[in-house]
Design a protein around this ligand. Structure first.
Ligand code: BT5
Length: 256
């Protein structure tokens, strides 16, 4: 059991060498009334998950799997931009550790460097009538691993901080920075005590801006040049005919 110091208060970090999923463990801890916020960290997941039932590869050594559980008890709209703000603050925090590699966010929940994914974020919320009972924010972060050891389907698309930055990082330092960034995102977004605008904070970190991408909307494929996000967090695409489309959910892919 470890603690991370946050603005004078301590956040409890429970470490499991192996776990099914840190998001699932956070859920169990909340149901056993663990005082929130708290963090669950692990070095290996046997059932790491992404969105929509996708798998998060979590067997390679030297990576970090981390979740933070919150019980905000506020209207759900306040959650709307949480993953986006978490991406912004985590990206900034990790950038200081890899000064020679530009870390970016691929809308809406991936962290990328040189077009490859080194982290994925998954926010899961539970509702009580019309207020939020809990939010579990999870991140899978490829830290000191060597991407050539990843399963073949990820070798071309995935990378790690070690691969892009060229040096091994202290896992404790990375975990502490990420936890503090998640808490900062929570304060910014949920407690609404930030003065920065989401649109402006996102702009310099977007991996897609200026690139031609495709998205599926209402069962139709649309193509356009990505140009930042609007204040609701939707990705703005400018089509070849100049019309503006907003992608509110799902994924976008770079046009080859
Ligand atoms: C995500 O899903 O990117 C969110 C992943 C969240 C994982 C964390 S680990 C801690 C916590 N506990 C959990 O059980 N989950 C969270 P999605 O956008 O659906 O992307 C999934 C896709 O990313 C997969 O289909 C692969 O293509 C790719 N992928 C899987 N593992 C990867 C890895 N280790 N590195 C890079 N890409 C990976």
């Amino acid at each position: 059991r470890y603690y991370t110091q946050l603005n004078g208060s301590k956040l409890e970090v429970l470490y499991f060498p192996v776990i099914d999923s840190t998001n699932s463990e956070a859920e169990r801890q909340l149901s056993h009334r663990r005082k929130s916020p708290f963090a669950i960290a692990s070095s290996c997941q046997t059932k790491g998950r992404g969105r929509l039932g996708r798998e998060w590869h979590s067997a390679t050594a030297d990576n970090l799997y981390l979740s933070v559980g919150f019980e905000p008890n506020i209207p759900p709209q306040a959650l709307q931009h949480f993953t986006l703000w978490a991406g912004i603050h985590i990206c900034r925090a990790l950038q200081s550790l890899t000064p020679n590699a530009a870390l970016k966010i691929k809308w809406p929940n991936d962290l990328h460097c040189d077009g490859r994914k080194f982290a994925g974020m998954l926010t899961e919320a539970k509702m009580d009538a019309d207020s939020l009972r809990s939010i579990i924010f999870g991140i899978g972060l490829n830290v000191n691993s060597n991407p050539t050891k990843y399963p073949s389907e990820l070798r071309k698309s995935a990378t790690s901080l070690y691969a892009v930055g060229g040096k091994e990082l202290s896992m404790n330092q990375v975990a502490a920075k990420v936890i503090i960034a998640i808490q900062t995102a929570y304060d910014t977004c949920i407690l609404d005590n930030g003065s920065e605008s989401l649109v402006e904070a996102w702009a310099p970190l977007s991996s897609l801006s200026g690139k031609t991408v495709t998205a599926i909307m209402n069962n139709q494929e649309i193509t356009g040049t990505a140009s930042g996000i609007d204040e609701t967090g939707a990705l703005i695409l400018i089509a070849a005919d100049g019309s503006v489309q907003k992608v509110r959910a799902g994924d976008v892919t770079l046009k080859k």
